[in-house]
Design a protein around this ligand. Structure first.
Ligand code: PLP
Length: 392
């Protein structure tokens, strides 16, 4: 593999999904520049939900590719679906099961073979910083979330950043303006300038160059860790995930929460709550809610979709061995308690300011403004048109 490869970036996209949209607009511009109009984008069935949503937004048809028994892309299914209408394959590697797909070079060959681009959903780089490079794996376009791997706090509505990097053949289409280096007039070293003269560009994606404050934080983090430090963060994240995976596979937990795909994982792994549901009559939601009473932040639940009653566990590099041991102990306690009395977990949480929230309502009818109780009088003109329901 070549160790050095030209790479071009745009900092404009402000979220992972925004980077995905940029990537598909770049893909369209690339094909149309060749007089080629393509209609389909392939996404594996393990993909993050934003992938198919972005594909639709960009005006393409979503074509799902199946998962092989080892948790990677089903190559036969990929070959069957790769044709000259495929504009792009969007892939996360390691995928959302936390598994690295070692067939990546073959996958790249199939997609490039039909003229498609390869998009790396690099939202979460926690397993691979300083270890593998998307360009070496054959990817043409990548986004990475500064609010996942580079310390920007995640959630609460942002701000985030999902910069993109692209290979040589995609470069002419990058958002404009691009930051360029020019010789200075007085001969005193190069100066930076904004290049607006980019005729093939997909245009501007947002104001300025993106969320500047987020870049400063991420850059400070990168500088303070250095290349070796970033690599160590990834290695520790992978070690922590595998340690916890092995702990949770032990007797008393593994039979209720079997692992979805049983092999060495990267930064995360997925358990299935199907055993707990069948044997104890409690669902993954109940386990997650009961963890709150033990002051443990529950892992992601019900994602990825192809694992029944999924619990997606990503300890990251910041957890100590003591905290990982403690997490396993609490999970075991919750399961043992449910064996005696499943009603306790079904009614949890008990110690939080609010109990079970209307999560569907919160997603569909968000209330994004907190108001004092006296402003809630009926007929209040300020309230007219305000959407209610859900949670803050
Ligand atoms: C978080 C995530 C995204 C979406 O990123 P946003 O910033 O939330 O839009 C996409 N893909 C993967 C794999 C992710 O983990």
């Amino acid at each position: 593999m070549p160790r050095s490869r030209a790479c071009h970036v745009s900092l404009q996209p402000s979220a992972g999904s925004h980077g995905e949209l940029a990537g598909l607009l770049l893909t369209r511009a690339y094909h149309e520049d060749r007089g080629d109009r393509r209609t389909k984008v392939l996404t594996p069935d393990t993909a993050h939900g934003t992938n198919p949503a972005t594909v639709r937004m960009a005006g393409y048809e979503v074509v799902k590719v199946g998962t092989a028994p080892d948790g990677g892309v089903d190559l036969d299914d990929l070959r069957a679906k790769a044709d000259d209408q495929v504009a792009c394959l969007m892939l996360t590697n390691p995928n959302t099961l936390g598994l690295f797909d070692s067939n990546i070079e073959e996958i790249a060959e199939v997609v490039h073979g039909v003229g498609g681009t390869l998009y790396y959903d690099g939202a979460n780089l926690n397993a691979v910083m300083g270890i593998s490079r998307p360009g070496d794996m054959g990817f043409d376009i990548v986004h990475f979330n500064l609010h996942k791997s580079f310390t920007q706090p995640h959630g609460g509505g942002g701000p985030g950043a999902g910069p993109i990097a692209v290979s040589e053949r995609i470069e002419p289409y990058l958002p404009r303006p691009q930051v360029v280096e020019r010789p200075s007039h007085n001969g005193e070293g190069p100066v930076y300038d904004l290049d607006h003269e980019r005729p093939k560009s997909i245009g501007r994606l947002r104001g300025f160059q993106g969320n500047f404050g987020v870049f400063v934080r991420a850059y400070a983090y990168i500088c303070s860790l250095g290349g070796d430090g970033l690599r160590e963060a990834s290695e520790t994240a992978v070690l922590n995930a595998n340690y916890l995976r092995a702990l949770l596979a032990e007797e008393g937990i593994g039979e209720y929460l079997p692992i979805g795909f049983d092999r060495i994982c990267m930064h995360e792994f997925v358990l299935s709550g199907r055993g707990a549901k069948r044997e104890l009559g409690i669902k993954t939601t109940d386990i997650a809610k009961r963890l709150l009473d033990h002051r443990v932040h529950p892992p992601t639940v019900y994602f990825p979709l192809l694992v029944d009653e999924a619990l997606l566990i990503e300890p990251t590099e910041t957890e100590t061995k003591e905290r990982l041991d403690d997490f396993a102990r609490v999970v075991r306690e919750v399961l043992e308690e449910a064996r005696r009395d499943p009603e306790i977990a079904r009614g949890a949480p008990y110690s939080t300011p609010v109990r079970r929230l209307d999560e569907v309502g919160a997603a569909k009818r968000p209330v994004v403004r907190q108001r004092p109780p006296d402003a809630e009088a009926p007929g209040d003109p300020e309230r007219a048109g305000q959407v209610t329901g859900g949670a803050l």
